[in-house]
Design a protein. Structure first.
Length: 391
Protein backbone atom coordinates (compact mmCIF):
# COMPACT_ATOMS: atom_id res chain seq x y z
CA UNK A 1 0.00 0.00 0.00
CA UNK A 2 1.33 3.50 -0.76
CA UNK A 3 2.31 5.57 2.24
CA UNK A 4 2.38 9.29 2.84
CA UNK A 5 5.49 11.45 2.91
CA UNK A 6 6.88 12.21 6.37
CA UNK A 7 7.66 15.84 7.25
CA UNK A 8 11.06 14.92 8.65
CA UNK A 9 11.87 13.00 5.49
CA UNK A 10 10.95 15.93 3.30
CA UNK A 11 13.22 18.20 5.34
CA UNK A 12 16.04 15.75 4.65
CA UNK A 13 15.11 15.78 0.94
CA UNK A 14 15.38 19.58 0.89
CA UNK A 15 18.66 19.53 2.81
CA UNK A 16 20.13 17.05 0.34
CA UNK A 17 19.30 19.33 -2.59
CA UNK A 18 20.71 22.37 -0.77
CA UNK A 19 23.92 20.56 0.16
CA UNK A 20 24.76 19.62 -3.40
CA UNK A 21 24.03 23.08 -4.79
CA UNK A 22 25.90 24.90 -2.02
CA UNK A 23 28.97 22.74 -2.63
CA UNK A 24 29.11 23.98 -6.22
CA UNK A 25 28.23 20.66 -7.81
CA UNK A 26 25.38 22.17 -9.82
CA UNK A 27 24.11 25.75 -10.23
CA UNK A 28 20.55 24.69 -9.48
CA UNK A 29 18.16 21.82 -8.92
CA UNK A 30 14.40 21.31 -9.03
CA UNK A 31 13.52 18.02 -7.37
CA UNK A 32 10.08 16.47 -6.87
CA UNK A 33 8.93 13.57 -4.74
CA UNK A 34 5.33 12.38 -4.87
CA UNK A 35 3.39 9.55 -3.27
CA UNK A 36 -0.33 9.36 -3.88
CA UNK A 37 -1.71 12.88 -3.54
CA UNK A 38 1.32 14.06 -1.56
CA UNK A 39 3.63 16.13 -3.76
CA UNK A 40 6.72 17.99 -2.55
CA UNK A 41 9.05 20.11 -4.69
CA UNK A 42 12.44 21.46 -3.67
CA UNK A 43 13.93 24.38 -5.63
CA UNK A 44 17.50 25.42 -4.87
CA UNK A 45 20.02 27.55 -6.74
CA UNK A 46 19.92 29.31 -10.08
CA UNK A 47 19.13 28.72 -13.74
CA UNK A 48 22.70 29.71 -14.57
CA UNK A 49 25.82 30.67 -12.68
CA UNK A 50 24.98 34.05 -11.15
CA UNK A 51 21.58 34.01 -12.82
CA UNK A 52 17.93 34.07 -11.75
CA UNK A 53 16.70 31.52 -9.20
CA UNK A 54 15.22 28.24 -10.36
CA UNK A 55 11.46 27.95 -9.92
CA UNK A 56 9.08 25.02 -9.80
CA UNK A 57 8.16 25.67 -13.45
CA UNK A 58 11.73 26.11 -14.69
CA UNK A 59 12.49 24.35 -17.96
CA UNK A 60 15.26 21.78 -18.40
CA UNK A 61 16.50 19.78 -21.37
CA UNK A 62 15.39 16.29 -20.38
CA UNK A 63 17.48 14.53 -23.05
CA UNK A 64 16.93 10.76 -22.81
CA UNK A 65 13.90 11.07 -20.53
CA UNK A 66 12.32 11.86 -23.91
CA UNK A 67 12.60 8.14 -24.72
CA UNK A 68 9.79 6.83 -22.47
CA UNK A 69 7.56 9.65 -23.74
CA UNK A 70 8.16 8.50 -27.31
CA UNK A 71 7.59 4.90 -26.27
CA UNK A 72 4.28 5.80 -24.63
CA UNK A 73 3.00 7.62 -27.71
CA UNK A 74 3.96 4.62 -29.84
CA UNK A 75 1.81 2.47 -27.57
CA UNK A 76 -1.02 5.00 -27.76
CA UNK A 77 -1.02 4.58 -31.54
CA UNK A 78 -0.95 0.80 -31.13
CA UNK A 79 -3.98 1.12 -28.85
CA UNK A 80 -5.72 3.13 -31.58
CA UNK A 81 -4.85 0.49 -34.18
CA UNK A 82 -2.59 2.73 -36.29
CA UNK A 83 0.27 0.25 -35.95
CA UNK A 84 1.04 -3.11 -34.36
CA UNK A 85 4.09 -3.95 -32.30
CA UNK A 86 5.18 -6.97 -34.32
CA UNK A 87 4.71 -5.56 -37.80
CA UNK A 88 7.81 -4.82 -39.90
CA UNK A 89 8.73 -1.16 -40.01
CA UNK A 90 8.87 -1.35 -43.82
CA UNK A 91 5.33 0.02 -44.29
CA UNK A 92 6.07 3.27 -42.46
CA UNK A 93 9.85 3.50 -42.77
CA UNK A 94 10.76 1.89 -46.10
CA UNK A 95 14.23 3.41 -45.73
CA UNK A 96 14.96 0.57 -43.29
CA UNK A 97 13.70 -2.30 -45.45
CA UNK A 98 16.04 -4.95 -46.85
CA UNK A 99 18.85 -4.29 -44.39
CA UNK A 100 22.48 -5.30 -44.67
CA UNK A 101 24.31 -6.12 -41.44
CA UNK A 102 28.01 -5.73 -40.65
CA UNK A 103 29.80 -9.03 -40.07
CA UNK A 104 31.35 -7.38 -37.01
CA UNK A 105 30.53 -3.96 -35.54
CA UNK A 106 34.04 -2.74 -36.38
CA UNK A 107 34.03 -4.13 -39.93
CA UNK A 108 34.38 -2.15 -43.14
CA UNK A 109 31.06 -0.74 -44.36
CA UNK A 110 30.94 -3.16 -47.30
CA UNK A 111 31.70 -6.23 -45.18
CA UNK A 112 28.07 -7.22 -44.68
CA UNK A 113 25.54 -10.03 -44.80
CA UNK A 114 21.78 -9.82 -45.39
CA UNK A 115 19.55 -9.20 -42.38
CA UNK A 116 17.97 -12.44 -41.16
CA UNK A 117 14.58 -10.77 -40.87
CA UNK A 118 12.84 -7.41 -41.04
CA UNK A 119 13.01 -4.86 -38.24
CA UNK A 120 9.79 -4.66 -36.21
CA UNK A 121 8.24 -1.89 -34.13
CA UNK A 122 8.93 -4.00 -31.06
CA UNK A 123 12.64 -4.07 -31.98
CA UNK A 124 12.65 -0.28 -31.93
CA UNK A 125 10.88 -0.15 -28.57
CA UNK A 126 13.33 -2.59 -27.00
CA UNK A 127 16.41 -1.04 -28.68
CA UNK A 128 17.24 -4.34 -30.39
CA UNK A 129 16.76 -3.31 -34.03
CA UNK A 130 20.48 -3.45 -34.74
CA UNK A 131 21.85 0.10 -34.60
CA UNK A 132 22.92 2.26 -31.68
CA UNK A 133 25.59 3.10 -29.14
CA UNK A 134 27.54 0.39 -27.33
CA UNK A 135 30.48 0.20 -24.97
CA UNK A 136 32.55 -1.15 -27.83
CA UNK A 137 32.24 2.20 -29.60
CA UNK A 138 33.57 4.10 -26.60
CA UNK A 139 36.32 1.61 -25.81
CA UNK A 140 37.70 1.28 -29.35
CA UNK A 141 41.27 2.49 -29.90
CA UNK A 142 40.21 4.14 -33.15
CA UNK A 143 36.73 4.97 -34.47
CA UNK A 144 34.94 2.14 -36.22
CA UNK A 145 34.03 2.77 -39.88
CA UNK A 146 30.31 2.80 -38.99
CA UNK A 147 30.93 5.47 -36.33
CA UNK A 148 32.91 7.62 -38.76
CA UNK A 149 30.12 7.27 -41.33
CA UNK A 150 27.44 8.17 -38.78
CA UNK A 151 29.43 11.26 -37.81
CA UNK A 152 29.95 12.34 -41.42
CA UNK A 153 26.19 12.11 -42.04
CA UNK A 154 25.45 14.35 -39.02
CA UNK A 155 22.98 11.86 -37.54
CA UNK A 156 24.12 12.61 -33.97
CA UNK A 157 22.61 9.40 -32.64
CA UNK A 158 25.72 7.81 -31.09
CA UNK A 159 26.51 10.68 -28.72
CA UNK A 160 24.93 13.73 -27.04
CA UNK A 161 21.89 15.33 -28.70
CA UNK A 162 22.59 18.08 -31.22
CA UNK A 163 19.38 19.64 -32.54
CA UNK A 164 21.24 22.40 -34.37
CA UNK A 165 23.21 20.18 -36.76
CA UNK A 166 20.88 17.25 -37.47
CA UNK A 167 19.22 17.35 -40.90
CA UNK A 168 15.46 17.46 -41.39
CA UNK A 169 13.49 14.28 -40.75
CA UNK A 170 13.26 12.67 -44.19
CA UNK A 171 16.94 13.36 -44.84
CA UNK A 172 17.90 12.00 -41.42
CA UNK A 173 16.11 8.68 -41.90
CA UNK A 174 17.35 8.36 -45.50
CA UNK A 175 20.92 8.83 -44.31
CA UNK A 176 20.46 6.26 -41.56
CA UNK A 177 19.02 3.89 -44.16
CA UNK A 178 22.17 4.28 -46.24
CA UNK A 179 24.21 2.61 -43.49
CA UNK A 180 24.36 -1.08 -42.60
CA UNK A 181 23.15 -2.30 -39.23
CA UNK A 182 25.67 -3.13 -36.51
CA UNK A 183 23.84 -6.29 -35.44
CA UNK A 184 21.06 -8.55 -36.66
CA UNK A 185 17.53 -7.36 -35.77
CA UNK A 186 16.54 -8.75 -32.37
CA UNK A 187 20.06 -9.88 -31.50
CA UNK A 188 21.36 -7.35 -28.98
CA UNK A 189 20.49 -4.17 -27.11
CA UNK A 190 22.07 -1.02 -28.55
CA UNK A 191 21.39 2.38 -27.09
CA UNK A 192 19.49 5.43 -28.28
CA UNK A 193 18.80 5.15 -32.01
CA UNK A 194 15.66 3.03 -31.66
CA UNK A 195 13.78 5.94 -30.10
CA UNK A 196 14.95 8.34 -32.82
CA UNK A 197 13.58 6.00 -35.48
CA UNK A 198 10.35 5.55 -33.51
CA UNK A 199 9.83 9.32 -33.68
CA UNK A 200 9.92 9.13 -37.48
CA UNK A 201 7.72 6.04 -37.63
CA UNK A 202 4.94 7.24 -35.35
CA UNK A 203 4.78 10.67 -36.98
CA UNK A 204 4.20 8.96 -40.32
CA UNK A 205 1.66 6.59 -38.79
CA UNK A 206 -0.36 9.54 -37.48
CA UNK A 207 0.16 11.79 -40.51
CA UNK A 208 1.52 14.60 -38.35
CA UNK A 209 4.80 16.02 -37.14
CA UNK A 210 6.20 14.43 -34.01
CA UNK A 211 5.50 17.61 -32.04
CA UNK A 212 1.87 17.63 -33.19
CA UNK A 213 1.51 13.96 -32.35
CA UNK A 214 3.00 14.30 -28.86
CA UNK A 215 0.76 17.27 -28.15
CA UNK A 216 -2.47 15.64 -29.33
CA UNK A 217 -1.95 12.19 -27.76
CA UNK A 218 -0.17 13.06 -24.50
CA UNK A 219 0.61 16.65 -23.66
CA UNK A 220 -2.84 18.15 -24.10
CA UNK A 221 -4.81 15.31 -22.45
CA UNK A 222 -2.39 15.23 -19.50
CA UNK A 223 -2.03 19.00 -19.13
CA UNK A 224 1.70 18.88 -19.94
CA UNK A 225 1.71 22.51 -21.06
CA UNK A 226 5.45 23.11 -20.89
CA UNK A 227 6.83 20.02 -22.64
CA UNK A 228 8.00 20.51 -26.22
CA UNK A 229 10.91 20.17 -28.63
CA UNK A 230 11.91 23.79 -28.05
CA UNK A 231 10.84 26.88 -26.12
CA UNK A 232 10.51 30.57 -26.82
CA UNK A 233 10.41 31.19 -23.05
CA UNK A 234 14.17 31.17 -22.74
CA UNK A 235 14.02 33.11 -19.46
CA UNK A 236 12.68 29.88 -17.90
CA UNK A 237 15.25 27.57 -19.50
CA UNK A 238 18.36 26.58 -17.56
CA UNK A 239 21.79 27.03 -19.09
CA UNK A 240 23.45 23.65 -19.67
CA UNK A 241 26.95 23.05 -18.29
CA UNK A 242 29.64 20.41 -18.54
CA UNK A 243 32.24 19.81 -15.84
CA UNK A 244 35.91 20.52 -16.62
CA UNK A 245 39.06 20.55 -14.44
CA UNK A 246 38.65 24.33 -14.33
CA UNK A 247 35.01 24.23 -13.24
CA UNK A 248 31.69 24.27 -15.03
CA UNK A 249 31.75 25.29 -18.70
CA UNK A 250 28.70 26.37 -20.70
CA UNK A 251 27.55 23.58 -23.03
CA UNK A 252 24.34 25.17 -24.33
CA UNK A 253 22.93 28.63 -23.65
CA UNK A 254 19.26 29.32 -23.06
CA UNK A 255 18.79 32.28 -25.41
CA UNK A 256 20.02 31.35 -28.88
CA UNK A 257 20.96 27.78 -27.95
CA UNK A 258 19.91 24.47 -29.43
CA UNK A 259 16.51 24.36 -27.72
CA UNK A 260 15.46 27.98 -28.36
CA UNK A 261 14.08 27.39 -31.89
CA UNK A 262 12.33 24.61 -33.79
CA UNK A 263 14.83 21.85 -34.68
CA UNK A 264 15.15 20.48 -38.22
CA UNK A 265 14.82 16.95 -36.80
CA UNK A 266 12.42 16.33 -33.93
CA UNK A 267 14.37 13.67 -32.07
CA UNK A 268 12.27 11.09 -30.24
CA UNK A 269 15.35 9.96 -28.33
CA UNK A 270 16.49 13.19 -26.70
CA UNK A 271 14.71 16.29 -27.98
CA UNK A 272 12.35 17.51 -25.27
CA UNK A 273 12.37 20.25 -22.66
CA UNK A 274 10.03 19.86 -19.70
CA UNK A 275 9.22 20.64 -16.06
CA UNK A 276 8.89 18.49 -12.94
CA UNK A 277 5.11 18.81 -12.88
CA UNK A 278 4.75 17.77 -16.51
CA UNK A 279 6.91 14.71 -15.90
CA UNK A 280 4.83 13.90 -12.82
CA UNK A 281 1.69 13.98 -14.99
CA UNK A 282 3.35 11.56 -17.40
CA UNK A 283 4.37 9.26 -14.54
CA UNK A 284 0.81 9.20 -13.24
CA UNK A 285 -0.46 8.15 -16.68
CA UNK A 286 1.58 4.96 -16.35
CA UNK A 287 0.72 4.50 -12.67
CA UNK A 288 -2.97 4.62 -13.64
CA UNK A 289 -2.54 1.87 -16.22
CA UNK A 290 -2.71 4.09 -19.28
CA UNK A 291 -5.76 6.17 -18.34
CA UNK A 292 -7.63 5.24 -21.51
CA UNK A 293 -4.81 6.59 -23.69
CA UNK A 294 -2.68 3.43 -23.65
CA UNK A 295 -4.06 -0.09 -23.28
CA UNK A 296 -3.23 -1.59 -19.86
CA UNK A 297 -1.44 -4.54 -21.46
CA UNK A 298 0.84 -2.14 -23.32
CA UNK A 299 1.61 -0.25 -20.10
CA UNK A 300 2.41 -3.56 -18.42
CA UNK A 301 4.86 -4.43 -21.21
CA UNK A 302 6.43 -0.97 -21.19
CA UNK A 303 7.12 -1.18 -17.46
CA UNK A 304 8.49 -4.75 -17.26
CA UNK A 305 11.68 -6.28 -18.61
CA UNK A 306 11.43 -7.30 -22.27
CA UNK A 307 15.01 -8.45 -22.87
CA UNK A 308 16.31 -11.98 -23.01
CA UNK A 309 19.64 -12.51 -21.23
CA UNK A 310 21.37 -12.94 -24.58
CA UNK A 311 20.20 -9.50 -25.68
CA UNK A 312 21.58 -7.69 -22.64
CA UNK A 313 25.22 -8.64 -22.98
CA UNK A 314 28.45 -6.65 -22.93
CA UNK A 315 27.06 -4.03 -25.32
CA UNK A 316 24.43 -3.07 -22.76
CA UNK A 317 26.88 -2.56 -19.88
CA UNK A 318 27.13 -0.20 -18.15
CA UNK A 319 24.05 1.51 -19.60
CA UNK A 320 21.66 -0.85 -17.84
CA UNK A 321 23.75 -1.43 -14.69
CA UNK A 322 22.10 -4.78 -14.03
CA UNK A 323 18.64 -3.48 -14.90
CA UNK A 324 16.22 -4.83 -17.43
CA UNK A 325 14.70 -2.86 -20.29
CA UNK A 326 11.02 -2.44 -21.03
CA UNK A 327 9.86 -0.20 -23.86
CA UNK A 328 12.16 2.83 -24.13
CA UNK A 329 13.08 2.75 -20.44
CA UNK A 330 14.87 0.69 -17.82
CA UNK A 331 13.22 -1.54 -15.23
CA UNK A 332 14.67 -2.61 -11.88
CA UNK A 333 14.35 -6.37 -11.59
CA UNK A 334 16.24 -7.04 -8.35
CA UNK A 335 16.71 -5.59 -4.89
CA UNK A 336 14.44 -3.58 -2.59
CA UNK A 337 13.26 -1.31 -5.40
CA UNK A 338 12.40 -4.07 -7.85
CA UNK A 339 9.50 -3.04 -10.07
CA UNK A 340 10.56 0.59 -10.33
CA UNK A 341 11.03 1.95 -13.84
CA UNK A 342 12.26 5.11 -15.50
CA UNK A 343 15.28 6.54 -17.24
CA UNK A 344 17.97 9.20 -17.03
CA UNK A 345 18.71 12.19 -19.25
CA UNK A 346 22.43 12.73 -19.67
CA UNK A 347 22.04 16.51 -19.73
CA UNK A 348 21.14 16.38 -16.03
CA UNK A 349 17.74 14.78 -15.39
CA UNK A 350 16.49 11.58 -13.73
CA UNK A 351 12.92 10.22 -13.75
CA UNK A 352 12.01 7.31 -11.46
CA UNK A 353 8.59 5.72 -10.93
CA UNK A 354 7.96 3.00 -8.34
CA UNK A 355 4.46 1.53 -8.79
CA UNK A 356 4.86 -0.81 -5.81
CA UNK A 357 5.15 2.18 -3.46
CA UNK A 358 3.27 4.72 -5.61
CA UNK A 359 6.43 6.84 -5.54
CA UNK A 360 7.71 9.28 -8.17
CA UNK A 361 11.09 11.00 -7.93
CA UNK A 362 12.14 13.59 -10.53
CA UNK A 363 15.44 15.44 -10.32
CA UNK A 364 16.26 18.19 -12.82
CA UNK A 365 19.65 19.87 -13.05
CA UNK A 366 21.65 21.51 -15.82
CA UNK A 367 24.95 19.65 -15.41
CA UNK A 368 25.79 16.95 -17.96
CA UNK A 369 26.50 13.46 -16.68
CA UNK A 370 30.16 12.44 -16.82
CA UNK A 371 29.28 8.74 -17.26
CA UNK A 372 26.19 6.54 -17.74
CA UNK A 373 25.86 6.53 -13.93
CA UNK A 374 23.78 9.41 -12.55
CA UNK A 375 25.79 11.85 -10.40
CA UNK A 376 25.66 11.43 -6.64
CA UNK A 377 23.13 14.27 -6.32
CA UNK A 378 20.52 12.16 -8.11
CA UNK A 379 21.33 9.03 -6.10
CA UNK A 380 21.15 10.93 -2.81
CA UNK A 381 17.82 12.56 -3.65
CA UNK A 382 16.29 9.24 -4.69
CA UNK A 383 17.50 7.69 -1.43
CA UNK A 384 16.04 10.63 0.53
CA UNK A 385 12.72 10.23 -1.27
CA UNK A 386 12.46 6.56 -0.33
CA UNK A 387 13.44 7.41 3.25
CA UNK A 388 10.61 9.99 3.37
CA UNK A 389 7.97 7.31 2.84
CA UNK A 390 6.00 6.17 5.84
CA UNK A 391 6.38 2.45 6.41
Amino acid sequence: MPGSLRHEGLESFDETAWRHVSSGGVPGVVALVASGDDVHVSTVGALSLGGAPVERDSLFRIASVTKPVTGAVTLALATEGLLTLDEPVDRLVPELADRRVLRRPDAALDDTVPAARAITVRDLLTFTFGFGASMGIFMAERPWPIVEAEHSLALHTLGPPDPVHQPETDTWIARLGSLPLMAQPGETWLYNTGASVLGVLIARAAGASLSELLASRLFQPLGMRDTSMWTSQVDRLATAYTATPDGLKVWDVADGGGWSKPPPFEDGAAGLVSTVDDLLAFARLLLRGGDGIIAPEHVAAMTTNQLRPSQAGADAAPFLLGRGWGFCQSVLTKGPRAGAFGWNGGLGTTWLVDPVRDLVVIVMTQRLFASPDPPQLHVDLQDAAYAALDA
